[in-house]
Design a protein around this ligand. Sequence first.
Ligand code: FA5
Length: 344
Amino acid sequence: MDNPLIELERSALVRVAAAASIDDLEAVRVEALGRKGALAQVSKNFGKMSPEERAATGKLLNEVKQKLEQALEGRKAEFESAALRARLDSEWVDLTLPAPGTRAGSLHPVTQLQMEIEDLFTSLGFAVLDGPEVETEYNNFDALNIPPDHPARDMQDTFWVEGGYLLRTHTSAVQVRGIGRLKPPLRMIAPGRVFRNESVDASHEHTFYQLEGMMVDREVSVANLTYFMTTLLTAIFHREVTVRLRPGFFPFVEPGFELDIQCLICGGKGCPVCKQSGWVELLPCGLVNPHVLQMGGIDPEEWNGFAFGLGLTRLAMMRYGIDDIRWLQSGDLRFLNQFGGAAL
Ligand code: FA5
């Protein structure tokens, strides 16, 4: 029979070769080379051996130990490089592919609608004007025939700023700027954000959008006004909508009207958006009061005109079937992502 050390070496090498993991290797190492392992047991018997036998056994023991250590190291390196290869394979990235990029945003539904109306009115010869959100009291009220003590000031609960300034309560302030800057005949629209100290509910916001329109020419009539309003609503809704015209009071128009649209959320049956009335107030309008033209330096004997103040935020609600105005400024992506049609 072979020397037990040679036998031990052979069986340990077989187990190293057959090991399926680093843990298996560790088990072999502990059994053969550990403090209480097989080789340690052999060295315990040195005391009982003759000097020649001890020298020969010691030499053999060292050789076996070295061979086993080498075999264990070699196999361990194989396991480690296989693990590395597997990890590299699983984490492989093709750097030549185009980067995924960030998700493109889209325009807010009110902005989309505003741009559509701007296109429509531009094609009808209207200029698009802009004005400041912090306005003078004069442009927002006085120049529109609403002097300080006029009860019409109470119709628009105002955020006042010091020094005769305010957050504009309507885009009609841009009418005043337009009259002052453009010579008649003139056609202008002015979309923008306006502010009122309102209690917020399904159809009222403190911050909302309006779109002002004005045309000054010779012999402008209510028929012209109705034509432009009908053209606007047909283009926006792509279908017949039911509207009604009723008298409305605004000191800067005479006569003044309220153009209401039958509620498209409930089809006129009544809901929180139309306050159960079946109608939504959308488009106040009228013929420009001659005094307003006069204050702006336009001779009312020669020129007259119409003006309207479209509630753009409410129009967006009707157009897209939004049943609560608060969604529009919520910043909620679940809501906004539904209007991804028009990319930035
Ligand atoms: C005005 O602001 C007038 N400047 C409109 C005007 C212009 C009349 C030119 C005549 C000639 P009114 O306060 O009604 O009017 O507001 C106009 C529209 O803005 C309303 O019909 C409505 O659609 C919208 N609106 C008013 N208040 C709110 C609010 N709190 N939240 C959302 N939309 C509102």
